[in-house]
Design a protein. Sequence first.
Length: 378
Amino acid sequence: MIRVEKFNPGTYRNQGDYKSFIPTPVNDSWSWQSARINHLLSLASSELGGLDTYSELIPDIDIYIQMHIQVEANRSSSIEGTQTTIEEDMTPLEELSVEKRNDAQEVRNYIKAMNYGVKRILEDDFPFTSRLMREMHGVLMQGVRGEHKTPGEFRTSQNFIGGSKPSDAMYVPPAVIDMHDLMSDLDKFIHRDEPMPALVKIAIIHYQFETIHPFLDGNGRVGRLLIPMFLLAKDKLKKPCFYISDYFEQHRTAYYDALQNVRIKSDMEGWICFFLQASIETAKSAKTKFRNALKQVENYQHYITSKGSYAQTIGTIIRSMYSKPVATVNDLTEITGLSFDTVNRVVKILVKDKVLIELTGNRRNRVFFLHEYIAVFH
């Protein structure tokens, strides 16, 4: 039995001029007496349940979820240093400046990895395991910085966080000789068949994964992807609509400190409480965004009906942009089946009415975005 308040974070392995950290295995029963954990857990469980119910009541929720994922991908990637806006992430790569393209591709890969994981769990009924983590990592790292760092495979050499080498690093994860047993232990904990609140369990899983750091690159992004994947796999969510990276990005220093304080101060209680607070705010924020998306769609409908003979065509174009809110005239022609000239004529009306904004400033290959709709999800 592991007691949260008396958690022993682990030991060190001497590696010559540095020491690697060996976290305590987590596959055990857990208990706590913390009133703070119980209070936050009650609030977080209620908010998550409310979000799950709300998501099932909204028509066309899957369209809005894709925008939600877009924001999650941007926020999670920005924690790792990418510097693109949501609009840039959705703009054709060839229309971006050269220095932005790698960052935008990383964000797109995050979305692909997210959608891959969702499909594996919801459609293929694939279990949430370290094998799925490796598969998602392979998608995440394809064709981007880090693509040569064994994508889809656990590392075979030492990594470190901060500093220029292990001896001056802020944190050195477990050596390869320890890593595989720790990941096996984590797998067993994930599938341990005994009652445990899902939000506390995924908080521990996320901490342990980040502490093991099993990949050469991309650990932070994979670690954050695990959170909605676990909740979907455990049927705590019917729809993939819970994305916590926005909160982590807004509280980046506190996020890293809370993880590190488990390792150096044995403060597992503090990390779990931080995670539960993040869960509360994330679920509240998601409900607000979905509510505001419905209001904005209603506003567009009022606008559409005011456009007389153009109403049907304008409605077709605007509605097509809910799933692709950054698009060229060619994109909209292909999506809607309308002629190029018709789309071009209607887009001019939408720009004049400030429904659409043009992003590039080009005379050709212009890119338009449905700015008020996108703003809902920021």
